[in-house]
Design a protein around this ligand. Sequence first.
Ligand code: TRP
Length: 459
Amino acid sequence: MAENQNQSRHGMWSSGALFVLAAVGSAVGLGNIWKFPYITGENGGGAFLLVYLICICAIGFPVMMAEIMLGKQGRMSPINSVLKLARDNNRSPMWSLIGWAGVVGGIIILSFYAVVAGWITYYVYQLFSGAFSGADSAATGAAFEEFTGSPGKLLLWFSVFMAVTIFVVARGVNKGLEIAIRICMPLIFVLLVVMLIYGIAQGGFWDGFNYMFHVDFSKLKLNGLLVAMGHAFFTLSIGMGAIMAYGAYMPQQESIKSAVGIIVIVDTVVALVAGLAIFSIVYAHGMNPSAGPGLLFVSAPVAFGNLPLGSLFGGLFFLFVAFAAFTSAISLTEPALAYFVEKTNVKRWKVAFLLGSATWVLGLGSVFSYNLWEEFQPIFGWTIFDLLDKLTTWFFMPLGGLAIAIFVGYFLPWKKVKEYLEIKSQWAHYVWVALICVVAPISILVVFALTIVQHFLGQ
Ligand code: TRP
């Protein structure tokens, strides 16, 4: 029994460092490289960055600690880990809904995440092949429109990315996830540094720096708060049970606090460095970065297409993004996968295949959002893709985070939590209690309240 408590039946990360690397792999992804730079640009640069950093410290940090702790104590899928802790402490089994949100949310996120990751994969190939040599933004814009407008091509690349993801997760924690992480993570860091150096060498660094950091409070609207908070959850992979599932495989002796410290810092630094690299490269070609999601697919290819050794570095850049997306995608199925294996005792690879197929079917909605079903915008003028993205980023994750904070802060004994988190000093414990019981939940509620008020009062 004693051994049981410190082991998970799905396997364990072979060291504490591997847990940290896996969690960083999950956190660093399209959120950092594709979303973060353009939402920062759109919402007032440095002003938005400030709000985002506050969200990371006040909400992201405590919620991630709480989430990993639940997994590490439960040693099972998020649903069963939360259920176990609820039962052990005479709390309602309804708390396991936190885990259910993760199962459903993870699948939904993967369904659209893999679509964008599919675009990235296609662009790796396009850039290496020199397709954008000498192109201007009219040409890359048209190429992007043509690509996303073609359901067959999108479907192909989405399916390729999904197939590789499912193949790896099906092989299990040690033979699948861990091998992928050991291979991809060093490459991701090396390529990131290469891109930054390339950007600096091309001479666009200070323009890029100004674009990202110059503070413009007039562009920061109330909605920017929800965008910043939602992104804090998205980029750290929290509120959805994914990091909880990873926490279940964390070696007993590894400390949660220091792991979370490293994960949060590395994720933030990668977002900043990736943003700087992208904007430097775009400015090096003397271009204004295009706003919105097109930044990576329209502006970046023009810059690479016109800079020295651009095909090589452009291909490497997209390869870097593809690896980052991949080490995130493999964390999205873990809550569901672990749960169904526990529940049914069916072999992991069979469950993976079924889940992958279901996700693939759901993903068709996002694939066709750019072509066949472009006009289908059930509410707020959002396509299915937008709807799934916003539903999970703006609502599922913050609500999941809120539930985690309340469960850990108010429904588990403070003394036990202190022990689990190895908080030694009384002073640090007060800070922790204040963060998890007050700061995190109130901040989440305030952002929601302001968003609702803004929505009803209009602007
Ligand atoms: N953090 C990843 C990114 O920034 C996305 C992601 C991976 C995620 N796993 C998650 C988001 C789990 C929420 C929950 O790209």
